[in-house]
Design a protein around this ligand. Structure first.
Ligand code: DNO
Length: 363
């Protein structure tokens, strides 16, 4: 297991990479080149340049989060082949630069949705929060604009400003796309890119839908174990894997996170895990809380134990943290609370490892 943190290059992060190096137990960062427009190739030189900055700070860059997928691929338009070819080239280039895991998502139009990026908790920390009725009462372009106003000037991953004007038309387009058509588009994409990932030594890791329930009449893909199994079967390869995000999948209280962790890790289809806690107000309203089990609804010990016991050997990152101690940063991505989260998870891992000698996992 390697503990990493997310970091944005090119001055698009309040956290200097040298500070991440000082978080005990963190060996690397998950990086995104957010300046490259969605759909275009990530040139090898650009990837290597960032990798060298990361290496110079004494960290690894084995994970990319994320290379976003052009909407034409998700829509299944004839123009998709050009963008898929670009994606294949990007995967090849990432492999050349030593990347081992590529987190991506296949959500139509929206990457993640929240009703507030700085909701105040009783201790005066702020967190991202989700109120279902508020989100449904608005529209995504409005939500994008109000989130941009709350983002402190940092880019919001997955909410590229150039995509916002097209959002209303894109949502309209999907009203006529049946769920099974959408899955076919996903299979078409995976059949084209997974073989390149295999050759390049990269494991693809799809991120779950966030939130994992239907919004704005858009097709839903990765919201529960049943759909994850379906995804794995679309293209049977160890390079076709999952990012288990306990904040997204775990927002649906019907999802048993330790059970999902056990199944995916034992299948060796789990290269990446995002650990975050959520506190529900109702089944469809929640705040992102501190990582500690007692601060939210997840039993983090049970999740970490399930990973350990099933032979998990991938990357973990602490996901969104609260904004605390006066820090000003991209919402969810301040240093302080994520560093607390990382060390809490590392502490759980150490305790589980010392209490339970690892058993050989049947393959
Ligand atoms: C939000 C992140 C997502 C994630 C993408 C992966 O903070 O968890 O934006 O990176 O869905 O493609």
């Amino acid at each position: 297991m390697k503990m990493i943190m997310r970091w944005f290059p090119h001055g698009d992060d309040s956290v200097p990479i040298e500070y991440i190096r000082q978080v005990p137990g963190v060996s690397g960062v998950a990086v995104m080149l957010s300046r490259i427009p969605v759909g275009e190739v990530w040139p090898l030189e650009a990837v290597v340049e960032v990798r060298d900055v990361v290496h110079a700070a004494g960290l690894e860059m084995e994970v990319i989060e994320s290379v976003n997928i052009h909407e034409d691929i998700k829509k299944g338009l004839p123009t998709r082949d050009r963008y898929i070819e670009n994606y294949r080239t990007t995967i090849h280039n990432l492999g050349q630069a030593g990347v081992k895991c590529l987190c991506y998502n296949f959500m139509p139009v929206l990457d993640w949705a929240r009703s507030a990026l700085a909701h105040k908790l009783p201790d005066n920390s702020t967190v991202l929060s989700y109120r279902d009725a508020e989100v449904r009462a608005g529209n995504p372009a409005e939500m994008a604009r109000s989130m941009a106003g709350e983002s402190g000037g940092y880019s919001l991953p997955g909410w590229e400003p150039e995509r916002i004007p097209a959002m209303a038309a894109d949502i309209e387009f999907y009203q006529n796309v049946a769920q099974n058509e959408y899955w076919k588009n996903m299979k078409y994409f995976l059949d084209a890119v997974v073989p390149v990932a295999e050759e390049s030594g990269i494991r693809m890791a799809i991120h779950p839908d966030d939130p994992p329930w239907e919004l704005f009449g858009l097709p839903k893909v990765i919201g529960n174990l049943e759909n994850i199994r379906k995804l794995l079967a679309l293209h049977d390869s160890k390079a076709n894997g999952v990012t288990m995000c306990t904040g997204s999948l775990g927002a649906d209280q019907g999802n048993d996170m330790p059970a999902i962790a056990r199944e995916l890790a034992a299948l060796d289809r789990l290269p990446f895990v995002h650990l975050r806690n959520v506190k529900h107000l109702t089944p469809r309203d929640f705040d992102e809380s501190a990582h500690l089990s007692q601060c939210g609804d997840h039993d983090m010990f049970a999740i970490v134990k399930a990973l350990y016991d099933s032979g998990f050997d991938g990357y973990i990152r602490p996901d969104h943290g609260r904004m605390i101690w006066g820090e000003e940063a991209r919402p969810g991505y301040g240093l302080y609370d994520r560093a607390l989260g990382a060390n809490y998870i590392l502490g759980l891992w150490e305790a589980v490892a010392k209490m339970t000698p690892r058993r050989a996992v049947a393959s």
